[in-house]
Design a protein around this ligand. Structure first.
Ligand code: SF4
Length: 448
């Protein structure tokens, strides 16, 4: 094990890296910088570094910049998602071959710690708020352990304010991102959240408000996976935000559309946009993926309720459930246009490792590849039930192009006219994305 303590003459030099998969990769990816918000992972890890170590911190987000292969550091930490696992392991192996100790953490090492351990001196499993400082102190003392697990009773309290100053603000459309909660109260079959992170946790509202006030933003983006997982907490948070006069967006389930009090509080509290997983029009597909709370919902009615309160919606649909057919693409695109969804998005069912969906498809012999590069929700990595992999890939691409055709954009936006100064440029960004997906598929060689 490369357990090298820093020189006593200077502080610990820590490099924190966030490698990216091909879709987002700097230089060859298809996302423009203007569509990126500042993520919280590296800045949060930086804030957790114990002061007494006097550490010198360098942060590299590969989505916006190159990671220097010759970087000098006493310890290299990588935050890994499944889509970036291959690249992360490549980088980890490189730095270890140079004698630099490497720590891997994030959702993928949490799901597959043994796989990650083959490329690391230490693996962090679960949230790192308590384990990362402990790991750094161990490292400084020359007694790094191979694995650090989150305590089951971990509470999201007294977390430090992320070091946003360590990432270049001009590379993002906003640096004002924040988390109030983590985890989710649901258990959708395809989702990594319940498997990797467990149930919902909330920060005390007073701590969230203190962080918001410190940023003093006009606009704010909550990165919580489900802001309304605990409706009582959400009500308290929305009430507390109202006097600040901030416009904000976040992620929610569709439940909020049919809870009048919660929806009114969100709107009065400054909510102007929500990302919601509509997932499918098929009741059978929703039941199959355990998203039963969506099955009784009328998406058109939900959109009217949001638009009545001037809340724009990014609605995510997923193709490739076992009950989906070749007709699903046109039906879903039509609904997105007719319901005036401000920003529709389409993903392909992805059986992330460790999820119940992965286990089911693996047991049925339907997993086509375990090349994690392709686990990005835009490639087909399993055998669909009622169409070919090629039909699923091309059908999804067709749906993107359909809803982001100029006439479809006009119909969706003119029909609602909610937050047009945000929706219009975002639609043009997604139009660019839709029209360039074929380049991405070709260059990655999907296993279809
Ligand atoms: S509601 Fe969303 S975050 Fe929660 S388990 Fe389902 S897909 Fe995951």
């Amino acid at each position: 094990m490369n357990s090298v303590s820093p020189s006593p003459r200077r502080g610990l030099r820590v490099a924190l890296l966030s490698p990216r998969g091909p879709l987002y990769k700097h230089g060859s990816g298809i996302w423009k910088k203007s569509l990126r918000y500042m993520p919280l992972t590296l800045t949060t890890l930086a804030a957790l570094v114990p002061e007494e170590l006097g550490a010198e911190l360098r942060l590299f987000e590969e989505g916006i910049d190159d990671i220097p292969l010759d970087l000098e550091a006493d310890l290299v930490g990588l935050s890994v998602i499944t889509g970036s696992a291959t690249r992360s392991y490549e980088l980890a192996d490189h730095f270890r071959s140079r004698g630099l100790p490497v720590v891997l953490g994030g959702v993928h090492p949490t799901l597959l710690p043994d796989e990650a351990a083959a490329h690391a001196d230490a693996v962090v499993v679960g949230y790192a708020e308590e384990t990362w400082p402990e790991l750094l102190r161990d490292f400084a003392a020359g007694c790094l352990k191979p694995r650090y697990d989150m305590a089951p009773d971990f509470r999201l309290e007294n977390v430090p304010i992320p070091r946003r100053d360590l990432l270049p603000a001009d590379h993002y459309f906003t640096r004002h991102t924040i988390e109030a909660t983590r985890g989710c109260n649901h258990n959708c079959e395809f989702c990594v959240v319940p498997t990797a992170w467990g149930g919902p946790r909330q920060r005390p509202v007073a701590e969230v408000l203190a962080e918001v006030r410190a940023m003093n933003p006009k606009k704010l983006l909550f990165l919580d996976l489900n802001l309304v997982a605990n409706p009582d907490y959400a009500r308290e948070l929305f009430r507390a935000l109202a006097p600040l006069g901030i416009r904000w967006g976040g992620l929610s389930t569709i439940d909020i559309a049919f809870d009048d009090e919660l929806l009114d509080l969100a709107a009065a509290g400054g909510c102007r946009g929500l990302l919601i997983g509509f997932e499918s029009l098929s009741q059978a597909s929703l039941a199959e993926t355990r998203k039963l709370f969506n099955t009784t919902r009328d998406y058109g009615d939900a959109m009217r309720r949001f638009h009545d309160r001037k809340i724009a919606i990014m609605a995510c649909f997923v193709f490739g459930f076992d009950h989906d057919t070749r007709d699903s693409f046109a039906e879903t695109a039509e609904l997105a246009i007719e319901a005036r969804i401000d920003l529709p998005r389409f993903a392909i069912v992805t059986p992330f490792p460790g999820t119940p969906l992965f286990r089911r498809l693996k047991a049925d012999g339907r997993i086509l590849t375990e090349d994690w590069d392709l686990y990005d929700a835009q490639h087909v990595v399993f055998r669909p039930a009622r169409m070919t992999p090629e039909e699923l890939l091309r059908g999804t691409e067709w749906a993107w192009k359909k809803v982001y055709g100029l006439s479809s954009i006009a119909k969706r936006l003119l029909g609602a006219w909610v937050q047009p100064w945000v929706s219009l440029p975002a639609n043009l960004g997604y139009r660019f994305y839709a029209r360039n997906l074929h380049r991405f598929y070709t260059c990655r060689g999907a296993p279809v």
